[in-house]
Design a protein around this ligand. Structure first.
Ligand SMILES: [Fe+2]
Ligand SMILES: [Fe+2]
Length: 214
């Protein structure tokens, strides 16, 4: 077996292991402590807990998709520098995954039962974006992150005012996503065609609506 085949198989096995961890948890240990830890615990009513739990479940499902998108792109991206950037961003997304997962448990609910579906679909989309070429793949990151930021803003408006822990997590995620978008732009991202952006919005709408309930 030559070195190249070996490293491809290694990557495949590593990728599969990563996928199982992402979908079935627990998320690998985060590289940074959860921003929720710095916030005092506040009492939430049952109704507030329920809405916060549902919203955090959507965010967690989104982070599963983010992992899958980045991991899919990392498999097909051509330039090693782009591949490294994607893997680095995926590591930061893992913090988001771990933080939202922990918060969901604290709020007494569960992660989306359709996680394997979100992962598989997003992995395929990420791999396609990677195949389309690096500038498109980076453009895809920029557009994804912009949509995620708008979505996080809408959740910050819907979360109970005094759910400081969930809010702190989303605020930090917003900062990180904005940085991912800036990095991708600086690395040479192309602007995606309008219909692709619209399709991405539609896909994320299906996911966010569904993950609210299951
Ligand atoms: Fe994220
Ligand atoms: Fe991100």
């Amino acid at each position: 077996m030559n070195g190249r085949t070996h490293s491809s198989i290694d990557r495949l096995i590593q990728g599969f292991d990563q996928a199982l961890h992402t979908v079935f948890g627990p998320a690998p240990a985060p590289s940074r402590p959860t921003p929720a830890a710095a916030q005092a615990k506040t009492d939430l009513s049952d109704a507030e807990r329920e809405i916060a739990g549902r919203l955090m479940r959507i965010n967690h499902a989104g982070e599963i998709s983010a992992q899958a998108l980045y991991q899919g792109q990392a498999v097909t991206a051509r330039l090693p520098t782009v591949r490294n950037k994607m893997e680095q961003a995926a590591t930061e997304e893992n913090d988001h995954l771990a933080w939202t997962e922990e918060r969901i448990r604290e709020l007494g609910t569960h992660t989306s039962l359709l996680a394997p579906l979100w992962y598989a679909g997003s992995f395929g989309i990420g791999a396609l974006a990677g195949l389309a070429g690096d500038k498109w793949s980076l453009g895809f990151v920029v557009e994804t992150e912009r949509q995620v930021i708008r979505h996080l803003d809408s959740h910050l408006a819907r979360l109970p005012d005094h759910d400081a822990k969930s809010r702190a997590i989303l605020e930090q995620m917003k900062d990180d996503e904005a940085r991912h978008a800036t990095t991708a732009l600086a690395a040479g991202a192309a602007a995606l065609p309008g219909p692709v952006k619209a399709l991405m919005q539609l896909t994320s709408k299906v996911m966010t609506r569904t993950a609210y309930w299951i």
